[in-house]
Design a protein around this ligand. Sequence first.
Ligand code: ATP
Length: 359
Amino acid sequence: MSVDKDPVVTLEDVEVQFTNKSLIQTLRREKDVVRAVDGVSLDIHENEVIVLVGESGCGKTTLGKTAVGLQRPTGGSVKYRGQDVWDAKDGNGDVTVPFTDIRRSLQIIHQDPGSSLNPNRTILNSLSVPLKRWYPDMGVDEREDRIHRLLEYVGMKPASSYASRYPHQLSGGEQQRVALGRALLMNPDVILADEAVSALDVSLRIEMMDLMHDLQREFNTSYLFISHDLANAYYFAEKVGGRIGIMYLGKLVEIGAAEEIIRNPRHPYTKILRWATPVMDPDAAREAATEPPMRKIDIPDPKNPPSGCRFHTRCPKAREACTEEVPRLLPADGNGRSEVACFRSESDHAYWNSEPLPE
Ligand SMILES: Nc1ncnc2c1ncn2[C@@H]1O[C@H](COP(=O)(O)OP(=O)(O)OP(=O)(O)O)[C@@H](O)[C@H]1O
């Protein structure tokens, strides 16, 4: 990972709120507001791998889409190489990087590649669409040649045979390779891979993650990889010196080098995730036998999140102070390998003199 250059993507204090109104709520002039992402700051550097982990509904997809300019934030800013993405889109101010360049540089691969490939188009035709759109002057032969080379890169040989097939003639793993190839056709700076390997069986999953690593070196791409599975997250991030970010109810509660997050987790929620993935730490299962990992199993309603630290209702270490103040993401210690949002990492915080919450 290189951190010496300016980041490719910078998220600053990003908020995404969704407002849902049913017919009855409209009549009653009520609405539900979900804070899917709440005050997240994150830099994505060149050639970096960042994996976002957290349980369903914690805001991983929303944060990922916001980072690649597919979701407009309701607060904060998203910049691509210093250019505000949404100012570029709206034509506000001095636009130094056009929105079309930003769109091309930030790509996405979905969990279900089948749904993103047109069933009525051959692979060649599907992959031609973005090339025609972004490189209208490219000739037919050059286009075909580029697509064939890309298919070879993602291990689909002979490329001409695969190029002439329809999606239903490919396995799930092959479809996912095509999706990766399509994202790479644009030579992007960042690829958002949203649960991109979750639907594959274990051996294919490893194969796909290894392929993504190989292509990262080849294409100088960064990945923002989303996973609900800590073991996958660790495999994908650790091998290439990447970071893991742990999300809980719209907030980034801990982020750092993969090794540090798994071997030396600081946030009680990260510890619980590790406990729930015994393959990550055989000791965790033993610890769990003596210490209940969570105070309450229910996930709070994202429309009405707990005050203070959002995790306090489930945290085994929660004290009164946790109900009153929102912890900031701060360096966990002097080694700079991780940041955590928990008062327990601040030695002089009022937390230490406040009362533990009743069971
Ligand atoms: N378009 C939308 N309209 C309203 N609410 C939304 C929308 N998209 C997401 N949400 C809500 O925002 C919250 C975060 O959702 P998001 O999909 O980002 O979480 P996630 O961690 O990616 O979950 P999963 O792993 O299940 O995909 C959830 O409460 C979800 O219901």
